[in-house]
Design a protein around this ligand. Structure first.
Ligand SMILES: [Zn+2]
Ligand SMILES: [Zn+2]
Ligand SMILES: [Zn+2]
Length: 438
């Protein structure tokens, strides 16, 4: 592979022992805002079932007119080279999908782990995805799993045996338990420019970076390659931090999420100073301020309704979902301002339902309420903000609001030029959308 030895590491960076955080990644040179720190091809990846037909299973290219796998008629490819390239992985599922029919239902994690096992079988040397960290070095945190997580692991192992036994000689259950633990803590989801879920993958070198709520890099994807770009000025000696979570929420919520999924508590500047918490928890201006107990009660309600909605998404109808959003906003709105992150969370969900139902006016009016507070709550360069400008801009254009559309798309481009890089096809695509209008 282009003459680079995997053991050469990643130019301008080094793996080091980060005080209190275990291993981490440190800069050895200056990285300006918008510059590429490194790229990492996926060690293993899988396209999500919902995106079949829209993206090539092998290279993740999004285009019309992909060709179907003649055997299972479920996988789609750019052309024969992609189909050939994907076969070592696709053969794990091709026959099984046909023979199980509707009963073929392994989770995405199971599908990814099957591919990792297959890759491990044929890989003898350190890969280009593991220049600084080997997949086998991932933490599994098995000692920290609660009953629910342990049960989920066992269910996944059973599904792996059930759906993939034809092609894989499985290691013992303890080894599989460790592997599922490693993938759960170190796996990535690949998203498109509007943050729609495209698939799951492991990028060992990307997983080396520790978390901060004020990250100095952002990870984006070009096909199945992860790219890491600086979003703050990085000096030699600085630790390079990525964010593992959605940064919209107040400090306590972020840390609950980090403990739940990654088993640590964050001590970054944002978590120590809590400088954004007050704005994120903004209350409605009322003649008499609510009692602290009332506010606490409403926060508990908000967290519950967020969880309720997350579960309801799997079985309720769009109009039922919209009702949950509207009722909860009405209730929270008695105390919370419209810029409060819990209000914004429900507005964002409502916007998603409107988009799904092709209610463009509804989606636009939610987007308009969300975008300004989003720009305040999120860091300067944020994929959440960029994708909201993008969705809003495209909605405006669809509704023939040309000048507003151009303005929103230009805001998205400004962020994406830093986060994705000026030459990323997402950026050039949006630029073309704008050019075509002028
Ligand atoms: Zn392809
Ligand atoms: Zn097939
Ligand atoms: Zn933090």
């Amino acid at each position: 592979m282009n003459g680079i030895c995997a053991n050469d590491g990643i130019e301008g960076t080094e793996r080091f022992a980060s005080p209190g955080k275990g291993r981490g990644l440190r800069a050895l040179k200056h990285f300006a805002v918008g510059s590429l720190v490194f790229a990492c091809p996926a060690y293993s990846y899988v396209l999500t079932a919902n995106e079949r037909g829209a993206h090539c299973e092998y290279c993740f290219t999004r285009k019309d007119g992909l060709s179907k796998c003649g055997k299972c008629k479920q996988a789609y490819y750019c052309e024969v080279d992609c189909q050939k390239g994907d076969w070592p992985m696709h053969k794990l599922e091709c026959t099984a999908m046909s023979s199980y029919g509707e009963n073929w239902c392994p989770s995405e994690t199971v599908r990814l782990v099957a591919r990792i096992l297959m890759k491990q079988k044929v890989t003898t040397e350190r890969t280009q995805s593991e220049r600084l960290l080997l997949l086998s070095e991932f933490e599994a945190h098995l000692d920290k799993l609660d009953n629910e997580k342990n049960e989920m692991n066992q269910t996944d192992i059973a599904a792996l045996h059930h759906f993939y036994s034809r092609h894989i000689d499985f290691p013992d259950d303890q080894t599989l338990t460790v592997l599922f633990g490693q993938v759960n803590c170190n796996g990535f989801t690949i998203e498109d420019e509007e943050l729609s879920h495209l698939g799951s993958a492991v990028f060992p070198d990307v997983a080396l970076m520790n978390h901060s709520c004020s990250p100095n890099v952002i990870v984006t994807y070009k096909g199945t390659v992860a790219e890491v770009r600086a979003v703050q000025d990085i000096q030699p000696g600085d630790e390079i931090f990525n964010s593992y979570i959605d940064l919209l929420y107040p400090t306590d919520d972020r840390n609950e999420r980090l403990r739940e999924s990654y088993f640590f508590t964050c001590v970054c500047d944002e978590c120590t100073t809590r400088s954004k918490d007050e704005a994120k928890m903004e209350l409605r201006k009322l003649s008499s301020a609510p009692m602290p107990e009332e506010v606490r009660k409403m926060v508990r309600y908000a967290r519950n309704v967020i969880e309720e909605f997350r579960r309801a998404k799997h079985y309720k109808t769009p109009s039922e979902l919209l009702e949950i959003c509207e009722l909860s906003q009405e209730k929270m709105g008695s105390i919370f301002a419209d810029t409060n992150v819990y209000m914004l969370h429900m507005m964002y969900q409502a916007m998603g339902v409107c988009l799904y139902m092709q209610d463009w006016d509804g989606a636009m009016s939610y987007g308009e309420k969300i975008i300004q507070p989003y720009s305040v709550h999120y860091p300067a360069y944020s994929l959440n903000v960029a994708s909201m400008y993008l969705k809003l801009g495209r909605l405006y254009l669809g509704l023939e609001k040309k000048s507003q559309g151009i303005k929103a798309l230009e805001k998205a481009i400004a962020i994406m030029e830093v986060a994705h890089g000026k030459d990323h096809h997402y950026v050039t695509e949006v630029q073309r959308e704008v050019e075509d209008l002028k």
